[in-house]
Design a protein around this ligand. Sequence first.
Ligand code: PMP
Length: 365
Amino acid sequence: LRVALAQFPQQVCRKCVTRVGFIKCYSTSNSILDGFYGTVGNTPMIKLNGVSKETGCDILVKAEFMNPGGSVKDRAALYLLKDAQEKNLIKDGGTVVEGTAGNTGIGLAHICNALGYKCIIYMPNTQSKEKIELLSVLGADVRPVPAVPFDNPDNYNHQARRYAESLTNAVWTNQFDNTANRRAHIETTGPEIWRQTGGKVDAVTFGTGTGGTMSGVATYLKTKNQNIKTIVADPQGSVLYHWYTNGRIERSDGSSITEGIGQGRVTANMQGAPIDGAICVQDTDAVEMTFRLLHEEGFYLGASSGLNVAAAVQIARDLGPGHTVVTCLCDTGQRYFTRLYSKSWLDGKGLLEAIPEKYRHSLIE
Ligand code: PMP
């Protein structure tokens, strides 16, 4: 028996990193999954060794870039489509229209292919060309439009809604204000975090775009333990830092290069969420951490992942050694190859100096 038990630690479920044999593995990865959508979620929970050692805390990250469409937004995309189907808003062969910074669109495009729907994506033309090209390759009709604020009728979300309304058998999935998005995280990400940490979690923090991840995880975890701190990680130039620290809708200074996060309003997905506070993370810190994650931890990611981990480190320092802080790695660096990993682009944004000199050798020109 001792010999048999000794072998168990190596037998780890590939998706949820639970030791199979000791503790029940809830991941479905040992069974046959149901198409693309069956593979969404159940991402690994990973301890970041360097920053954990530095802070004396466990800094744990959900590997959301390992979702089949490559980002945390696969979860929201799946729930938004399930919601449309349940409400009979779309029939076979119908069209899905969405406004997105890219990742929700990428998730939707994959699921639309799997379910036989057409997919039309409106996105601000400030987003990376990698995301726009990927959407085209996936077969989506992608429409980059000028980036204007939400209160402007030409904002990408309003354009998506109007276009969907002009079609028959079409749905605007409305990720910002359709709370099916937050439900994805109440029903999947939150429970996964609780299970994978065995309930040993002191704080969670996430950058917020729609707010689905932050509010969904916070909502679920607070039902398990009110004392878990729920902290928004806000990029410079977003309003949520002020909203959650002094109740004012007011932008923090600057504007951010982090794609997919930062907000000018409190979306329906964020309204009523049990949030304890917010941290404003500067781009210099987010970019530096993104490169540390690559060169010290081995993860090639987008800047929102760096921002999340920078916030987690700050929270860990505030809490002191012995605590556990959880966040996520949202998407892969491949989506920002010609920006975040380009010397000239970073230089143009004044961010080259943010990258430790020893890591600049790997930048493309
Ligand atoms: N990181 C990236 C790269 C994203 O695209 C998004 C969503 N736009 C987020 C983080 C934030 O996710 P949420 O919409 O759930 O707030």
